[in-house]
Design a protein around this ligand. Structure first.
Ligand SMILES: Nc1ncnc2c1ncn2[C@@H]1O[C@H](COP(=O)(O)OP(=O)(O)OP(=O)(O)O)[C@@H](O)[C@H]1O
Ligand SMILES: Cc1cn([C@H]2C[C@H](O)[C@@H](COP(=O)(O)O)O2)c(=O)[nH]c1=O
Length: 189
């Protein structure tokens, strides 16, 4: 079972993943970008803001995704895999191409493998503004509130368009409330 936690920067993914590690001790935890050896190098390049071309940046993430599917997802298909981000981020953040083309490119990278379940943590603009103000921002976060809220809308649109089993959770709820909703969803309650 391949489960992904999605959400724009600061939505609370890492916070929930730490709790999931306690609640699902036998699961395989992974992430994009950077879940493989090659991916750690691609992550530094992609997030360092080195690429002048947005297309080049997108292909760095796609290369990371292709390696991640081959090395982590296919090799653990009999286990519960819980991933921090997935092709949903890949499609939503690469907003310079149309959705159909991006889905096609991402399905090439994933060898047509889709997540079984997607959990999207959804932020309001004001909560996003507050959370970004509390940390040092990387090159993508520096693009600002409007950019990231637009990405969040594209994430929702992508999940619905592909038709993956999903839950959208208000990221401003208490940490324990979100934890309970995620656990119930994964356990099919
Ligand atoms: N439910 C919550 N209510 C209030 N604050 C929260 C909640 N969940 C997480 N936070 C806080 O928001 C900040 C971002 O959380 P976290 O690092 O888990 O997000 P993230 O989605 O992993 O971010 P990124 O994608 O940027 O790595 C942290 O300071 C965290 O303590
Ligand atoms: C998978 C993926 C990610 N991104 C962006 C989203 C974030 O700004 C960073 C990843 O940082 P995190 O701390 O690991 O969440 O990269 C992207 O632009 N495209 C992608 O495909």
């Amino acid at each position: 079972m391949y489960v992904v936690i999605e959400g724009i920067d600061t939505a609370g993914k890492s916070t929930q993943l730490e709790l999931l590690k306690k609640n699902f001790p036998n699961a395989v935890f992974t992430k994009e970008p950077g879940g493989t050896l090659l991916g750690t190098k691609l992550r530094v390049m992609a997030l360092g803001g080195e690429a002048k071309s947005q297309l080049a940046e997108m292909f760095l993430f796609l290369a990371d995704r292709a390696e991640h599917i081959e090395e982590i997802i296919k090799n653990n298909k009999d286990k519960i895999i819980i991933s921090d981000r997935s092709m949903i981020s890949g499609i939503a953040y690469a907003n310079q191409l149309n959705l159909d083309k991006l889905i096609e490119l991402n399905l090439i990278a994933t060898q047509n493998i889709l997540p079984d379940y997607v959990i999207l943590l959804e932020l309001t603009p004001s909560e996003l503004k507050f959370r970004l103000s509390q940390k040092q921002n990387d090159s993508i976060e520096l693009r600002g509130i409007e950019y990231l809220i637009n990405i969040q809308n594209r994430m929702k649109e992508t999940i619905q368009k592909i038709g993956i089993n999903h839950i959208f959770i208000d990221a401003s709820l208490k940490i324990e409330e979100i934890e309970k909703k995620i656990e119930d969803f994964i356990n099919g309650k």
